[in-house]
Design a protein around this ligand. Structure first.
Ligand SMILES: [Zn+2]
Ligand SMILES: [Zn+2]
Length: 236
């Protein structure tokens, strides 16, 4: 064994001991990144609108918003509700430089896709992080989710499409609800024609205005079906 092999093996053993054999939340020894007890603290988005995945009290076909104005995307898939532990993990990942905390949520999302037998398009793009957030954090969490998901669901090769921000507005969480709802497709653009079926990846869907703006931009570039995949969904 060479010295470089030895150090690589040592590094991976240390990494496994530190991170992979312990629950990220309660730190007990565990095979996965989240133990069953901590997983039970996550709220599954069981009852929701079949189109925008907005959480509802009872199972319903379409929520009032989707009935009033059909969105530009075909469907949002979001297996978790953005509350409690799920919210805490995403917040820490985004704002406290702990990207690894998204791993258990990505694993649950991948499992959800497999359990439900959902066939995803092969062309993937991510909601791009604003330039301001990228400068502050130094990473794009949606790209991280995209890479992790494609590794978990590696049955088909994934082609990445680059969606870009035209107007680099401030991050969604710093804006009022009204400002978010007026987010226009002009905020996003794509330089080339895109395939007919696209999967758009985001971390959370809040008002749905970013999903709508991105879907509009993708449709203008030639997409016929836009499926949104997010880790979690808020109620409004
Ligand atoms: Zn735990
Ligand atoms: Zn809806």
């Amino acid at each position: 064994m060479t010295l470089s092999n030895l150090s690589t093996n040592l590094a991976s053993t240390v990494y496994n001991r530190l991170f992979l054999n312990r629950c990220y939340v309660c730190n007990i020894r565990n095979e996965g990144s989240l133990c069953l007890s901590c997983q039970s603290l996550l709220s599954v988005n069981r009852n929701h609108c079949q189109l925008c995945s907005r959480p509802t009290r009872v199972s319903m076909t379409l929520c009032g918003e989707c009935q009033k104005k059909p969105p530009s995307f075909d469907r949002i898939i979001a297996p978790l509700r953005y509350e409690g532990l799920c919210r805490a993990l995403i917040q820490k990942a985004k704002f406290e430089n702990q990207l690894h905390l998204l791993r258990p949520l990505v694993a649950i999302t991948a499992q959800h896709i497999l359990n439900k037998g959902i066939i995803l398009p092969n062309n993937w793009c991510v909601v791009p992080t604003s330039r301001q957030s990228l400068a502050e954090r130094g990473y794009c969490q949606t790209s991280f989710i995209c890479t992790q998901l494609s590794q978990s669901l590696s049955s088909t090769p994934i082609q990445r499409i680059q969606l870009q921000r035209t107007l680099d507005v401030s991050a969604q969480h710093t804006r009022s609800k009204q400002q978010r709802q007026t987010l226009s497709h002009r905020h996003f653009h794509i330089d080339q024609p895109v395939p007919e079926q696209i999967l758009l990846i985001d971390d959370i869907v809040t008002t749905g205005s970013t999903a709508e703006a991105c879907a509009k931009a993708l449709r203008l570039a030639g997409a016929k079906r836009v499926t949104i995949l997010a880790l979690a969904r808020t109620a409004e």
